[in-house]
Design a protein around this ligand. Structure first.
Ligand SMILES: Nc1ncnc2c1ncn2[C@@H]1O[C@H](COP(=O)(O)OP(=O)(O)OP(=O)(O)O)[C@@H](O)[C@H]1O
Length: 240
């Protein structure tokens, strides 16, 4: 496979806390990669360091062969990497449509054909057209998550990092989310998804990475990883 993102020796220290202790990871073109791990294992920090929210303490991030280590968030977004957050990042006082419109106005220039170039197309894709004129702040939780996806897609990414996209969603909303995310690769968008929900991971991912205390302890086909004794030990009595 062709790696589009390569992470080498990534380390992040918060004072005395080592959130990432030298992680190597690659994401292939067209794949949906899952990242799991117990609370505090460094998953969100990994996304935050890749997307420029935090600067790494050491290590390198390469995107399509270009060193993007330490770029700030808008530069990473401009390079084609989008990020959805555990907490929705919409403007709560503005209508849904305007939220998406603002994001579309900041879309990067990309020569690649893109299926969702207008707010209407994005809202239609995520199923929020009927709520276009509601204030984002009054949306139910599941709809807010879908808005977060529309905002990320509006930037025209070729890689999207999803941080616990199904947390708090009911089964129907989770199925909707899975249906959307599975379409991304056919539109040239690779995916890396963090979640605690192994059923979700099995629906979405072929490959799974496991972090524990800031280190990668497994990386392989999801079936193999979920049967790896090291992984079972980490999750013993837990979510597996
Ligand atoms: N801004 C910060 N300042 C200080 N410590 C932090 C900060 N962000 C994360 N940490 C610490 O780094 C470690 C990894 O946290 P992180 O949020 O990346 O884990 P996680 O795997 O995403 O956890 P969860 O599954 O609970 O979201 C934890 O010990 C956390 O307390």
């Amino acid at each position: 496979m062709n790696a589009i993102l390569e992470i080498r020796g990534l380390r992040k220290q918060f004072g005395g806390v080592t959130a990432l202790s030298g992680v190597d990871l690659s994401i292939d073109e067209g794949e949906i990669l899952g990242v799991v791990g117990p609370n505090g294992s460094g998953k969100t920090t990994l996304f935050n360091v890749v997307t420029g929210v935090y600067k790494p303490t050491a290590g390198a991030v390469t995107w399509h062969g270009r060193d993007i280590t330490g770029l700030v968030a808008h530069e990473v977004s401009g390079a084609g990497i989008a990020h959805t957050f555990q907490q929705a990042m919409a403007f709560p006082g503005l209508p849904v449509f305007e939220n998406v419109q603002i994001a579309c106005e900041h879309a990067r220039k990309s020569a690649r054909p893109y299926p969702w170039t207008t707010p209407d197309a994005l809202l239609d894709f995520v199923g929020l057209s009927e709520l276009a004129h509601e204030r984002a702040g009054i949306l139910p939780f599941g709809s807010l998550r879908l808005l977060g996806i529309a905002l990320a897609l509006a930037t025209r990414p070729s890689l999207i990092l999803l941080d616990e996209p199904a947390a708090g969603l009911n089964d129907r909303e989770t199925q909707t989310l899975v249906g959307l995310v599975k379409q991304f690769p056919q539109h040239g968008i690779s995916v890396c998804v963090i979640d605690h929900d192994m059923k979700l991971m099995q629906m979405l991912c072929r490959r799974l990475v496991v972090l524990d205390f800031g280190s990668k302890i497994a990386d392989g086909l999801i079936h193999d990883v979920l049967n790896d004794p090291k992984v079972l030990e980490v999750y013993l009595g837990g979510v597996l």
